[in-house]
Design a protein around this ligand. Structure first.
Ligand code: SAH
Length: 235
């Protein structure tokens, strides 16, 4: 078990059992091992990994919108962030991790399977295609996403998956006000409303969580076909 993570989570007031610390440790070791062959993260140093991938991922647990959610989508999960750390800490919630790169999801499946993290499922595909599937569209209490796209593009990827009355929370850096302002039209067009921006600087890094509520259904024409949202964001 990592002493470093114990101290870090201690500072953040996060309760974590011995088994959960072991799962974090095993997950980090597994990702760093696979990372030698498949690009999962640019961060290779264990302490930095635990700060930027573990402590940062779990910041959303401070939001009431997260605490009340049962079924959560992590869109563009990459190496499993923020989805896997959240799944380790909250075994009663169900997590669906989406990414367009199958190689990354296979690694997540292998590691979560080996470590007994059973509340994680992965789905391979692009958000623009998956968001049109009836079994996924408007079916999540919450969608979270970190480091995937500009908010005006990300809104078109994420909001279609969220139930009316549910939430989308985007992880962003500290200076996100312009990005948020520029995404306002897209968010409203897709049925969302910006509720607030939560600032966090607990881990020495300044971060923002943009909390968006879905107040009405997303029009059938969204998301547009794969590639369109990033090429011509809703403005
Ligand atoms: N959320 C992770 C990874 C960020 S990298 C983290 O914070 O560390 C962005 C990831 O989003 C990549 O793995 C990429 O394959 C995925 N991605 C980008 N556009 C996507 C799309 N349209 N649909 C699904 N996944 C996408």
């Amino acid at each position: 078990m990592s002493r470093f993570l114990e101290d870090l989570f201690g500072e953040l007031g996060i309760d974590c059992t011995e088994e959960q610390y072991d799962a974090f440790d095993g997950y980090m070791k597994g990702v760093l091992e696979f990372n030698k062959a498949v690009n999962l993260t640019a961060i290779r140093e264990p302490e930095e990994f635990q700060i930027k991938h573990f402590a940062d991922s779990v910041l959303v647990r401070n939001c009431g919108e997260y605490r009340s959610a049962g079924r959560i989508l992590d869109l563009g999960t990459g190496g499993g962030f923020p989805g896997v750390p959240l799944a380790i800490l909250d075994p009663d919630k169900e997590f669906v991790l989406v990414d367009s790169l199958l190689k990354r999801l296979k690694i997540i499946n292998e590691l979560t399977g080996k470590l007994g993290i059973s509340n994680v499922n992965t789905i391979h595909g692009r958000a623009e295609d998956l968001g049109r599937k009836p079994e996924l569209r408007e079916s999540f209490d919450l969608c979270v996403s970190r480091a995937v796209a500009d908010l005006s593009v990300l809104a078109e990827y994420a909001i279609p998956f969220v139930k009316v009355g549910g939430y989308f929370i985007a992880y962003k850096g500290s200076d996100c006000e312009t990005e948020v302002r520029n995404a306002d039209k897209a968010i409203r067009t897709l049925g969302g409303e910006i509720l607030r921006i939560d600032k966090a600087d607990q881990t020495g890094m300044e971060h923002s969580l943009i909390i968006i509520k879905k107040i009405k259904g997303t029009a059938g024409k969204y998301p547009r076909s794969a590639g369109k949202p990033s090429k011509s964001p809703i403005k």
